[in-house]
Design a protein around this ligand. Structure first.
Ligand SMILES: Nc1ncnc2c1ncn2[C@@H]1O[C@H](COP(=O)(O)OP(=O)(O)OP(=O)(O)O)[C@@H](O)[C@H]1O
Length: 764
């Protein structure tokens, strides 16, 4: 895969092995969030498309899809392109990719295509090109990213109730892009994460540094986009191309002038990462480029808001006395602008109307008049005013003379731009070879912006610095998004998962807080792995290499798959891809089928996950699943408590949700019926349902009692399997093993009273 962000001139090459579901490709594509996907025409021959093609088009319905001829996927050409275009600073990429033929081929096709659509080529040695395998970052598949509301809120696409929304206080476009990609691909390297955390800590401890940096960073423009335009050479010189080059040179000057203030704020920093960023700003090239620019560009040419301001800046950007013709053209332009102002003030006097000169990029100069429009209708205006429009209390119009003058103005501006462009191009050609220091600058700015944003989020809530160990231990952690959207602080809970106890089975009535708890853990894990503080009193994490979630959502009408099939697909994906370093969250499984099968599937999945050392949290309404803890020592049952209060007005029991997690399984029975009762389901239906449930339960109990043979057999079977398991775990200390076995016996005597009647030998 090769990708380029047209707004930031970086090419990312990647090549990795994937399985037949192409999960990694799809995930990577989702992270990139492409505008357009390019594939070889051989991948999508009508009637004989490849599976990858089908998957890509299904998953990216709103993305433009283009096919290019297979011949453009040419690895030799790809390598040539990279040699030619990559800046010296990133040229080590050549070593990394020279035998990675697939990504080289993709790079060739991509660059050829971009040249074609952009009608421009990239300047030699101007691009940042790097290789990104899938090892350095944790993988979060796209449906998990959606379930966890990392970037998009499932309920409401417009609101900001996402992890991104919680953490995004960035001031620059680059910072926000960086935050986005970090959330989707958190780090896995503890050292790097700790370096980031050190920075956040310093920013939190040093207010002056925090506010100083924030004020400088917020003045930066989109450095990556600026670079992107500066390194492209248009194939044709158009007025637009000329104008945008001049604008960009002004932006460049504005950006470089911020380097010194940025350095000034970082001067006394102590953490290694901030020191490293300070060091990167010491690059002499920033000063050199700025000096060269200043020999040609006026000191006071700078980025300003408003199109007329920017037009004036562009017009007078180049110093006087550099080109005689330019100076003459600018004098002409000034005269025309003065004439326009003079003419409008004359008109104002002539008609005794409060006329003003205004400007917009589409109309050029026009006349504006703010007055009480009710007192003056448009047909009362003098006939020489034409193209009249009215917005609220303001009339806008022009006159035939003004149109002519605008044309002359445009004409002289074109001349100015053309001459300025020539001078700017010459200047740019002199600074091209040094311009790559901007890659460093944009990296520094976006990273500082993101770290500031983390610190900002901490100041709004009591987050804590996470640690990294081999245990997931969170003391009083809460859900960061729920905190943002609710008036009261969410109820906090503890989490403790270790290798010896790596599966939590969580039960509790509907609405008791199970899903929220699951998501909260994943969100905290992601926050920690991107270098942010986390919402808790204390938090320690084991680095997760992948985060998988299976969270019930409604039927996916779009792909026409049933709830059950969707569940099965998602769980299969987890089982295929999970390993000892995964964090797995399963929020109910087997809902889409009958209870026995649901329990069977949940049990089998749980047993599989128990055999790997993944940290797993499993919520379920199947209380039968909880008995798995007797068989495996690494399972822990937890439940959400609820309280029952008398609702005197309705003379009914009402449930009070505490959202508190406790050990053991829930003791609540028939809570579905209680929830139904609390809802608007008609009382007669609830009554019927309760009766039917009682009958069925009685029938089941009777059928179980009716077969003592079965009963005995079941007990023997359960005991036997548990003993085998205990034997397998015999690295346990003898005392613990003895306790375990005696607990086991007690439990089964309670669960199956007849077990006590079993012949002595069977029990042994
Ligand atoms: N820790 C908490 N603090 C405060 N409010 C909470 C907390 N956890 C959950 N809630 C509130 O309770 C609502 C229900 O929570 P959630 O969906 O997690 O329950 P659930 O047990 O998964 O329900 P179901 O079994 O029906 O899926 C949430 O929308 C949230 O508003």
């Amino acid at each position: 895969m090769a990708s380029i962000d047209l707004k930031s001139p970086q090419i990312v090459l990647s090549q990795f092995a994937d399985n037949t579901t192409y999960a990694k490709v799809i995930t990577k594509l989702k992270v990139l969030s492409p505008l357009e996907i390019i594939m070889s025409n051989t991948a999508c021959v009508v009637g004989n498309s490849t599976k990858l093609f089908t998957l890509v088009t299904e998953n990216f319905k709103n993305v433009n899809f283009t096919t290019v001829q297979r011949k453009y996927f040419n690895e030799t050409k790809g390598l040539e392109y990279i040699e030619q275009l990559c800046t010296a600073e990133f040229s080590s990429v050549l070593m990394e990719v020279q035998s990675r033929y697939y990504c080289l081929a993709a790079a060739a096709a991509l660059l050829k295509y971009v040249e074609f659509i952009q009608n421009s080529v990239y300047a030699p040695k101007s691009l940042k090109i790097y290789f990104q395998g899938s090892e350095q970052t944790a993988m979060i598949d796209s449906s998990s990213a959606q379930n966890l509301e990392l970037l998009i809120n499932n309920q409401d696409y417009r609101n900001n109730h996402t992890l991104f929304g919680v953490l995004n206080y960035t001031k620059t476009a680059g910072g926000s892009r960086r935050l986005r990609s970090n959330i989707l691909e958190p780090l896995v390297d503890v050292e790097t994460i700790n370096m980031r955390l050190d920075c956040v800590q310093e920013l939190l401890q040093d207010e002056e540094l925090f506010f100083g940096l924030q004020s400088v960073i917020s003045r930066f423009l989109d450095t990556e986009q600026l670079l992107s335009v500066l390194v492209q050479i248009p194939k044709q010189d158009t007025v637009n191309a000329a104008e945008s080059k001049i604008t960009n040179l002004i932006y460049l000057k504005h950006t470089l002038e911020l380097v010194d203030p940025l350095k000034g704020t970082l001067k006394n920093c102590s953490t290694p990462l901030l020191r490293a960023y300070y060091g990167s700003l010491e690059d002499k090239r920033f000063g050199l480029i700025l000096e060269k620019i200043k020999t040609v560009i006026n000191d006071d040419a700078r980025y300003m808001k408003g199109c007329l301001n920017m037009r004036t800046q562009k017009c007078y950007a180049v110093r006087s006395n550099i080109s005689e013709f330019l100076d003459i053209a600018r004098r002409t332009y000034t005269e025309i602008v003065d004439d326009i102002a003079g003419m409008i003030s004359q008109l104002s006097e002539k008609y005794s109307l409060p006329l003003r000169t205004s400007f917009s990029s589409s109309r050029g100069f026009f006349i504006q008049m703010t007055t009480d429009c009710a007192a003056l209708s448009s047909d009362q205006l003098p006939p020489e005013f034409i193209k009249i429009s009215k917005v609220k209390n303001s009339y806008s119009f022009t006159s035939a003379d003004l149109i002519k003058m605008n044309e002359r103005c445009q004409e002289s501006l074109r001349e100015i731009y053309h001459m300025t462009y020539m001078i700017v191009c010459k200047l740019l050609s002199e600074i091209y070879e040094d311009i790559h220091c901007l890659y460093k600058l944009s990296d520094t700015v976006s990273m500082l912006d993101m770290l500031l944003s983390f610190a900002h989020a901490c100041t709004l809530s009591d987050y804590v610095r996470p640690e990294f160990t081999d245990t997931l231990a969170i003391k009083q952690g809460w859900h960061p998004i729920l905190e943002k959207i609710s008036a009261e602080k969410p109820v906090a809970n503890n989490t403790y998962i270790t290798e010896g106890s790596n599966v939590l089975i969580i039960t509790g009535p509907n609405m008791s807080g199970k899903s929220t708890y699951l998501k909260q853990i994943a969100l905290c894990q992601i926050m920690a792995q991107i270098g942010s503080y986390v919402p808790a009193e204390y938090a320690s994490f084991r680095i997760a290499e992948q985060i998988f979630t299976r969270i019930s959502t409604d039927d996916d009408i779009e792909t026409n798959s049933s709830t059950f099939m969707k569940e099965m697909k998602e769980i299969a994906y987890i089982l295929h891809n999970a390993n000892d370093k995964s964090l797995i969250l399963i929020d109910e499984l087997g809902r889409g089928t009958n209870t026995e099968e649901g329990i069977g599937i949940s049990y089998a999945v749980c047993e599989h996950l128990l055999s790997i050392k993944a940290f797993t949290l499993f919520t379920t309404h199947f209380l039968e699943l909880c008995s798995i803890d007797a068989l495996y020592l690494n399972v822990e049952n937890m439940h959400f408590e609820v309280q029952h209060v008398k609702n005197t007005s309705r003379n009914k029991d009402a449930i009070l949700y505490t959202y508190k997690l406790s050990r053991g399984l829930t003791e609540e029975k028939n809570y579905g019926l209680k929830a139904a009762e609390a809802s608007s389901l008609p009382p007669s239906i609830v009554l019927d349902a309760r009766e039917i449930t009682t009958q069925i339960t009685r029938q089941i109990l009777q059928s179980q009692r009716s077969s003592p043979e079965m009963d005995r057999w079941r007990v023997v079977y359960h005991l036997a399997t548990r003993l085998v398991q205990a034997a397998r775990n015999s690295q346990l200390e003898p005392d613990r093993l003895r306790t375990y076995l005696s607990n086991l016996k007690k439990k089964y005597e309670e669960d199956f009273p007849r077990a006590a009647d079993l012949p002595e030998r069977t029990e042994e």
